[in-house]
Design a binder for this molecule. Sequence first.
Ligand SMILES: *Cc1c(COP(=O)(O)O)cnc(C)c1O
Length: 396
Amino acid sequence: MTAHEYIEEAEQSLIHTYNRYQIVLEKGEGVYLYDVDGKKYLDFAAGIAVFALGYGNKEYNDALKAQIDKLLHTSNLYYNVPAIEAARHIIENSGMDRVFFTNSGTEAIEGAIKLARKYAYLKDGTTDHEIIAMNHSFHGRSMGALSVTGNVKYQEAFKPLIGGIEFADFNDLESVKAKVTDKTCAVIMEPVQGEGGLYPAKKEFLEGVRNLCDEKGILLIFDEVQCGMGRTGSMFAWQRYGVKPDIITMAKALGCGVPVGAFAAKEAVAAALVPGDHGTTYGGNPFACAAVNEVFRQFEQKHITQHVVEIGAYLNKTLSKFAETYEFVKEARGIGLMQGLELTIPAGDIILKALDAGLILIAAGQNVIRFVPPLVITEEHVDEMAAVLDGIFAGI
Ligand SMILES: *Cc1c(COP(=O)(O)O)cnc(C)c1O
């Protein structure tokens, strides 16, 4: 079948929830992807901040193959060794005390919301607690995660959503304070907003929210599904800021391609959930956790976070030059390998041109090009990307 025929069939068979780019990807090698026609692409999207260690990573593939031959699934009615080891890795790297494995970022958010509500319920016995979320946030598409996603466009047709959610402005402490009531049980935010347009939190804002939460006995939830796992140059973004949450969610690069997420919490908070409160059939299965374990092993072995600090600075410097050179490039911003280029023109047109030229980029909102490449990219890859983008910008 040709690429065109595959796309025709996909448009007949799949529910049309995505306007997909017109390419059919087939294989990957390092930081390059190939489509079914053999065309090569430099990948600066990593499957939306997932494939941190690059494609065709032999040790990763071998670890998965070995686990397939041993045991794929057990359910959570029994213990399994990969899950115990994966929890140990997460605890050591996140500063949290206990972990619950999920199959996605969205499910990690669901769990975090339930945990915050149960914790508050145990404290005062009432059931009308409120959660403060941020405008322009993104936490997922299920009813709970969608309810804390600050984007009216995503929410409108699916109301009624879950109750007790208030929205404040990111990086505006006063607006958070204004939403606090004696019913507030949690504040949830991404330390670096991803989908919403690539906005890093200001340190003072996170510190202010942390203090506010401590004062009022409110839990602080950091959604690190996108900005966690080394992307900002520390294992989790909270470490970069020095502001520790009570609950943290993770997914995307946690399994580097195998669907797995988690929420983790401090002991006193985690203790709120007891048998019967929450569950999942697949969550934390040996296959997914073998991926998690291999990811952490390679992060340590390859000093990934240190590499991200260095290459992230280089990427930011490279993108900043575009902001100086081209009038329609407003700003380069971000942390580590989570960078954005805000334009005054639609990002979508640029992304299509880049794709033609063999460069995979994605957007964050209407006007921001988002750069979330595999964490193993080198300066040469950044230069290669910049040369393609410069050629496109020069033609505008
Ligand atoms: C992608 C994302 C989610 C949702 O994760 P899924 O794995 O797609 O369910 C939640 N929060 C943030 C910050 C994300 O970037």
